[in-house]
Design a protein around this ligand. Structure first.
Ligand code: ADP
Ligand code: MG
Ligand code: ZN
Length: 478
């Protein structure tokens, strides 16, 4: 029997507000444990939450960017459960009236376009964090309690690990562009829960699903999907039923294991949060947020193709992250050779970043410095080979390209007198090449150019050198 996998995702995204959702504690990541707390986010009895207006704004912005309907009336609800990292014993979330519904994200896999439905986006608060590594036992850090989240829930529309990855990356890209979250997966700003079931190919009803929680890298997402789909097929082939359960993915071991089954899952006893007023949004408010949305990845990609005449591939790579797109745009505003800048960003920069374990987010060179370097190459001050050396040194020292060129004496030799002397000697030393050229073998020119580059340590201006070689050879051949 041939099986088909079905995937639906729940994505938790921490919103980049300065303060928490119901109090004025800061949301900053990486501070000392339990320092960003107050009676409200600690869930003391009798305190009153006040909704942070920015949360509504960011959720609206996220919803519009993902093509959702924004509700004119929504409300907060209490989701009751006890967990040591949630002192209130309930999470303030949204139940039946979420702020956004009915969105869509178009993905492209293997040249095929496909729509992935967004069922809903709701606002909620994050819980704290349990730290299990301590010698004293498990400790709790409640700094994260009350950090605002949106949860994005998709329709079960994905059919492969690749579709899931492309979708997840696209959502991250869009949200990063809108500025509602830094989307840093390594800091838990964005976490993916994957619901996965298998069914006979062609079947219309869904199979029983499992849910894998808190996947925090695209690699983990893909591996978890591959593992879980294989596991379910093996179970089904044995004639076993899939148990609807929550599973934990261990990325180090590359296996998943059961956390809790849905049968014993609690009833959350949702009820409307009595301490908060409903969220009422006017049409004008939605229109205003819509008009303020930045250019989104798709539109930007098209503009790069139209305005900068870049190939679709380049436009796709450059717009795949907001940080890269901003770097490119700043460089191109200073140096008007889009394709050349694109080549250097796509080809020369990535290996240097990798070597230093950096990303475009903390790249040690400025767009203006890249622009300056490329100008030096274009003006013939240095050649392309030296340009690459200079870039490497810019990464190491942070110095400006002209400074490095001066220090290392990398300026091209374009001085015809100097080159003529070198070339005369090379031609005299290689009579065989001269003979070959005389016999019509043009390849020998390449050999001579190589010798000139060697003699000048790669600094000869290739155009000037080639012209002189031809002149000298012609003179010798009479
Ligand atoms: P819950 O509230 O229990 O998490 P939902 O019905 O809200 O359940 O679904 C959560 C996610 O699971 C959604 O993304 C949905 O698309 C997905 N999903 C639901 N049923 C299936 C299924 N049989 N196979 C794969 N994904 C599913
Ligand atoms: Mg769920
Ligand atoms: Zn607080």
């Amino acid at each position: 029997m041939e099986y088909e996998m079905v995937i639906g995702m729940e994505i938790h995204v921490e919103l980049g507000t300065k303060t928490k959702i119901f109090c004025s504690c800061p949301t900053e990541f990486g501070q000392d444990e339990n320092t960003h707390t107050c009676p409200v986010c600690l869930g003391m009895p009798g305190v009153l939450p006040v909704l942070n207006e920015k949360v509504v704004e960011y959720a609206t912005r996220a919803g519009l960017a993902l093509n959702c309907e924004i509700a004119h009336f929504s409300k907060m609800d209490r989701k009751n459960y006890f967990y040591p990292d949630l002192p209130k014993a309930y999470q303030t979330s949204q139940f039946d009236l979420p702020i956004c519904t009915g969105g869509v994200v178009e993905i492209e896999v293997d040249g095929m376009k496909k729509d992935i439905g967004i069922t809903r986006i709701h606002i909620e608060e994050d819980a704290g964090k349990l730290l299990h590594e301590s010698a004293e036992g498990t400790l709790v850090d409640v700094n994260r309690c009350g950090v605002p989240l949106v949860e994005i829930v998709t329709e079960p529309d994905m059919r492969s690990a690749e579709e899931a990855r492309v979708f997840a990356e696209k959502v991250r890209n869009i949200l990063e562009y809108t500025g509602v979250s830094d989307c840093k997966m390594q800091e838990g700003s964005m976490r993916f829960d994957v619901n996965l079931s298998m069914r006979e190919k062609g079947a219309t009803v869904l199979g029983t699903r499992t849910e894998m929680k808190n996947l925090n890298s695209f690699r983990a997402l893909v591996r978890a999907v591959q593992y879980e789909s294989k596991r379910q097929i093996i179970e089904l082939k044995k004639g076993h039923k899939i148990i609807q359960e929550t599973r934990k993915w261990d990325d180090t071991k590359g296996v998943s294991s059961s956390l809790r089954s849905k049968e014993e899952a609690q009833d959350y006893r949702y009820f409307p949060e009595p301490d908060l007023v409903p969220i009422v949004i006017e049409k004008e408010y939605i229109e205003k947020i819509k008009s303020e949305l930045p250019e989104l990845p798709e539109a930007k990609k098209q503009r790069y193709i139209d305005e900068y005449k870049l190939p679709e591939y380049d436009a796709g790579v450059l717009t795949a992250s907001g940080v890269t797109a901003r770097f490119f745009e700043e460089a191109v505003s200073l140096y008007d050779e889009a394709k050349q800048i694109s080549n250097w960003i796509m080809v020369e920069i990535p290996p240097l970043l990798k070597e230093k374990e950096l990303t475009m987010e903390n790249i040690p060179i400025k767009p203006a410095q890249l622009a300056e370097l490329l100008k030096l190459v274009k003006d013939g001050v240095i050649n392309g080979t030296s340009g690459k050396e200079v870039l490497k040194e810019m990464f190491n020292s942070g110095k400006n390209p002209d400074e490095i060129v001066k220090e290392q004496g990398l300026s091209q030799v374009s001085d015809t007198g100097e080159l003529e002397a070198i070339i005369e000697k090379i031609v005299a030393d290689n009579p065989k090449s001269l003979e070959d050229i005389g016999a019509g073998n043009e390849k020998a020119y390449g050999f001579l150019t190589g010798q000139v580059m060697k003699a000048t340590k790669g600094k000869a201006n290739p155009q000037v050198a080639n012209k002189i070689i031809r002149d000298v050879v012609a003179k010798h051949l009479g």
